[in-house]
Design a protein around this ligand. Structure first.
Ligand code: FAD
Length: 396
């Protein structure tokens, strides 16, 4: 059997790793459009952007690992088409020279990730942050005293604001919503994040419709307005696509020989009972492991709950779970919540007296406990209740 993986990011490279770990010794081709070895992106808005870590620290594996494990790694190579009937992937070899090529597969894994939304405000070029090259460019621009304007107070916008302030830049952030990350975190914790940034001297403009004039005096303009899943390949192949590649519980796409994982996958999550596309590090990594086993014939559903972490200034946060689209009833926060002062606390998002999501702030010993809390009953005014049957189902 031969396996082709399109997308040389964390998800693609982790899948190749797991295939070998499972003892699969057939051909694996890993195709990556970037010229860099597969790497992890979280440092690009944190340690790498701050100049505290080099790019090598972010690599999934050092260069020799790929030949040592007989992975045919094609960097600087873009897959431009898939013929599902003939089971071939077309490659654009323009970057490396030579003719376009076709490569056959028996199983195909798509891990093409996402690309940042661009913004053109007519006020000059706006930087975005996705790749190590983007981060290096940004790092050069973030000089002490530079006037930095960031559009979008999502994870990337806020982490860049944090790095820019630490590097001595003047930072203004424009956000259309009432609070940063309001949709993800809800009012209670979004307020903590807003206070943290304002406390660190960020000019945070909320409910703001940014205009060209707002950007006129900036030295550095950054668009941090989210990403779109890189679906062109899947779409042109005729796979079912709707906000990402539609995959079933086992991460299989609408063609039985094709799987999709990571930022690109719109997954029918069996325990959440709804579709979800997650743009986080842990999902890319963990889905890759399950998909690798399924490529080899297992029929394992992916049941792990969404999880993310963020570092901003001295604050570290982990969040696990998922609030349903109809929202939550309340958030219980144990302890003082001034992240600027370094407070450590836990938060529980509760729906129908059941914990649906939980977070820890500056309390890394709580990682296991917050995960274990998901699905437990938590009546109003009570501490976390005993595990319910729901908990064991939800924790995956
Ligand atoms: P990607 O990492 O996007 O990799 C996909 C790769 O496929 C890319 O290299 C792309 O060039 C390639 N590709 C696309 N199309 C083709 C094609 N046709 N042919 C060949 N190759 C192709 N998550 C967290 O949980 N916590 C964090 O703190 C955090 N910080 C982040 C900071 C930054 C700056 C960024 C950008 C992301 C961060 N994330 C974080 C999110 C996390 O990095 C992503 O969820 C993860 O990278 C997704 O992995 P992936 O392999 O699915 O996609």
């Amino acid at each position: 059997m031969s396996i082709v993986i399109v997308g040389g990011g964390l998800a693609g490279a982790t899948a190749a790793t797991e295939l070998r770990r499972q003892g699969y010794d057939g051909p694996i081709t890993l195709i990556g459009a970037e010229h860099h070895l597969p790497y992890e992106r979280p440092p690009l808005s944190k340690g790498y952007l701050l100049g505290k870590e080099g790019a090598a620290a972010a690599l999934v594996h050092p260069r020799p690992w790929y030949p040592e494990h007989e992975i045919d790694l094609r960097l600087g190579t873009r897959a431009t088409g898939v013929d599902l009937g003939r089971r071939v992937v077309r490659l654009d070899r323009a970057a490396g020279g030579g003719e376009p090529q076709e490569i056959g597969y028996e199983r195909l894994l798509l891990a093409t990730g996402a690309v940042p939304r661009q913004l053109d405000m007519g006020a000059g070029p706006m930087l975005t942050l996705r790749t190590v090259d983007d981060s290096a460019r940004l790092r050069e621009a973030l000089e002490p005293g530079a006037r930095v304007v960031i559009v979008g107070a999502g994870w990337i916008g806020l982490e860049v604001a944090s790095a820019a302030r630490q590097l001595g830049a003047e930072v203004t952030v424009f956000e259309t919503a009432e609070l940063p990350l309001l949709r993800v975190l809800g009012r209670e914790i979004a307020t903590v994040i807003a206070d943290l940034h304002r406390g660190h001297g960020v000019d945070l403009r909320l409910n703001a419709k940014v205009t060209r004039e707002d950007l006129a005096d900036a030295d550095v303009l950054i668009a941090a307005v989210g990403v779109t899943p890189a679906v062109e390949l899947a779409e042109s192949a005729g796979l079912a696509v709707d906000n990402g590649i539609l995959v079933d519980a086992t991460l299989r796409a609408s063609d039985p020989n094709v799987y999709a994982i990571g930022d690109i996958a719109n997954h029918d999550h069996p325990t959440l009972g709804r579709r979800i596309r997650v743009e986080h590090w842990d999902t890319a990594k963990q889905q890759a492991k399950v998909a690798a086993r399924n490529l080899l014939g297992a029929e394992e559903p992916y049941t792990r709950l969404p999880y993310f972490f963020t570092d901003q200034y001295d604050m570290g946060m982990e969040y696990v779970g998922s609030v349903p689209s109809e929202g939550y009833d309340r958030v219980d926060i144990d302890g003082p919540r001034d992240a600027l002062a370094g407070d450590a606390f836990r938060a529980f998002w509760v729906k129908d007296d059941t914990v649906v999501a939980a977070a820890q702030v500056n309390d890394w010993d709580a990682s296991k406990a917050i995960r274990a809390s998901i699905g437990t009953s938590r009546p109003s005014g009570a501490s976390v209740g005993a595990s319910s049957a729901m908990a064991s189902v939800l924790q995956g």
